[in-house]
Structures are given as C-alpha cells and as structure tokens.
Design a protein around this ligand. Sequence first.
Ligand SMILES: Cc1cc2nc3c(=O)[nH]c(=O)nc-3n(C[C@H](O)[C@H](O)[C@H](O)COP(=O)(O)OP(=O)(O)OC[C@H]3O[C@@H](n4cnc5c(N)ncnc54)[C@H](O)[C@@H]3O)c2cc1C
Ligand code: SF4
Length: 334
Amino acid sequence: MKPFAYLRAATADHAIDTFTSRAGAQYLAGGTNLVDLMKLGVAAPDLLIDIRRLPFDRITDTAEGGLNIGAGVRNSDLAAHPGVRSRYPCLSQALLAGASGQLRNTATTGGNLLQRTRCPYFQDTTKPCNKRLPGSGCPAREGSHRDLAVIGHSEHCVATHPSDMAVALSALNATVHLYGPEGERAVPVTDFHRLPGDRPEQDTLIRPGELITAVELPPGPIGVRSRYRKARDRASYAFALVSVAAVLELEQGDVRYAALAFGGLAHRPWRARVAEEALHGAPATPENFARAVEAELAAASPLRDNGFKVPLARNLAVSVLTSLAPHPDSEDLS
Ligand SMILES: Cc1cc2nc3c(=O)[nH]c(=O)nc-3n(C[C@H](O)[C@H](O)[C@H](O)COP(=O)(O)OP(=O)(O)OC[C@H]3O[C@@H](n4cnc5c(N)ncnc54)[C@H](O)[C@@H]3O)c2cc1C
Ligand code: SF4
C-alpha cells in the first residue's frame, strides 16, 4: 500500500481548508468502502482527513415535520431510529437489506451515498475502466456485465450504483446538504447521482472539497405506506440485482400519490417518473401497477447477459406496489 498521511479534522472548516490546501486529500468516514479501494490500489490518497469526530452524528426533527439525518449517522442507528421506522419504513428496510451488521455499525450516511460501483473492472487495476482511468475503455460492455445497468447507461460506462439506502432516499424525495469551499447548498437526492454519459468518472454532483453534512427527509404522511425489497443472489451480504422502493398513498382505492425508485438497474437510483405519472389517479390494481411499470421499463436496453433484470424489476415492483395496496374487500383503503 502507498504511504499516506492522516489528520483528524476538528471542525468542518478545518476539514475543508485542509482538503483545499493539500493535493491528494480525501475524506475518511467509516472507511468501509474507501479503505477497501485503497487496499485494491483503486484509491491512493496522499492524505486522509478523518471526519468522524465532526458533529454530524445526530438525527433531529425539522421545523417542517421531517427528519434531518447527520452525514455521520451510522447506518445501523438510522435503521433503528423510531421516527425512521414509523414514518419512513422503506428507509429502515433498505438499510437493513445492505451489507452486514458489523458494516452497518461503521458505515455512515454520507459514505453510503458516495460509495463507488462494484463493477469488477473498476476494482481491478490491471484492467481498463473509463470510470477509474478516463479514456481507457469499458471492458464490461463486452465482458462481465450480468450485474450491471440495463437503463440510462452509455457507451462509456454500464456500471450500477450499489447503495440500497440511496434508492429509498430517492423514493422519499430526500435532500442532500453540502458544505464546501463555496459555502452551503442543497441538492435533491434524485439529482445528486449522475448518469454516466461521457464522464463516468464522476458519480455525483459533489464538488472538490465539499462535505455532505446531512440528508433531510420531507415531512409525512409521505413514506408512511412505503416498502423496500431487494432481489439478490444470496439472502444476505450481497448487492442488489434489482431493488425497489415504493411509496403509495390511496384515496377511495385510487392512487393519490406514488413514488417508485429502482436500484441495480442504472448508474444512479432510477426514479420511475413514467410509471408514477401513469399511476396518478388510477385504481390501485395489480393490472394498473403492471402497465405503469412496463411503460417505465420500455426504455430499458439490456446488454447480452443482463436482460433477466427487466422482468425481475417488473415483477418485484408490481409485487411491492400490490403489497402496499390493501385488498379492496378490507376496510383499510384510506
Ligand atoms: C462486504 C461489503 C458488503 C456491502 N454490501 C452492501 C449492500 O448490500 N448494500 C449497500 O448499500 N452497501 C453495501 N456495502 C457498502 C457500504 O454500505 C459502504 O461501504 C458504506 O456505506 C460506506 O460508508 P463509509 O462511512 O464507510 O464510507 P467511507 O468508505 O469512509 O467513504 C466512502 C466515500 O465517501 C466519501 N465521504 C464519506 N463521508 C463523506 C462526507 N460526509 N462528505 C464528503 N465525502 C464523504 C469518502 O471520501 C469516500 O470517497 C457493502 C460493503 C462491504 C465492504
Ligand atoms: S462499466 Fe463503468 S466501471 Fe465498469 S468497466 Fe465500464 S467504465 Fe469501468
């Protein structure tokens, strides 16, 4: 491993000032992704700025009735938070579907959003990869791409974003709060992750030196009737082949509000706007759910070995939406 320096930041400004004054600096949170990438030689920072002692470790109610989640909040603490479990259940379910208990005890909210792709070529420094080494090529297109993207990809990159949490945050319309050399700004999480286009090396809209300080969830009732489900090769400790986060509000059996996001399909959590539009005002039936999801997935263009993801995504989404819509004979159709 290449030698590197280590510094524990005392304040956010200390972290940012140090980052901007030292080439090759990188922030360290839980380290569960970054340290692995350093061991593989994919990341080679000269300086690690440890941000774990910054005061971003709280979950607080916002004045509007939502939740403010500090970027340093551990995945396990977020999953177990009573307000998250009761008001945003799909977020808790997504977190618990990810990694392992030990990893979740260390991994943070900010680090989870910024984790890198699991594309095997990205992690192997003996292979070309446009994301790791811009302009070197994308061997995954013709090579091993069973787990990779079926929608929104480009000739330059077909990687997927691995986070479960980000898929739930996308369906919940969360906002990412950032603080950096140019001050504070807020970005909807649906805009935070990029599609690859011709710059796959850039996963997100974060600027050099910026810190994620918090993620904010809007107030309920959005999210109360919400669910996350993940299809994967093993029952635990595996990344999503396809995952679905859905939020559904009904009125007299019709869809008053629907939010649907997919994981495992694209370079970013895929918010299914076409399906949402088709569902608005429609009776909450499995047939309408299927039609809406099929309209969304009509834009998919799978590669040689990952066409199975399209029917898997369809079936998973229809099953999740159906599970959120009570049977018409039951009294709970509010
Ligand atoms: C074996 C294994 C299995 C896993 N399975 C899953 C899974 O099924 N689902 C899933 O979603 N994830 C999974 N993960 C990934 C795991 O969730 C991430 O590694 C973790 O969330 C990253 O958080 P961290 O705090 O450790 O980030 P770090 O590794 O510390 O940092 C990751 C990146 O984010 C940057 N960063 C961190 N915090 C900030 C901040 N506040 N502001 C600016 N930059 C920041 C760092 O500089 C670095 O570039 C798995 C990981 C492993 C090792
Ligand atoms: S899919 Fe993206 S990450 Fe994978 S090899 Fe191609 S450019 Fe690299």
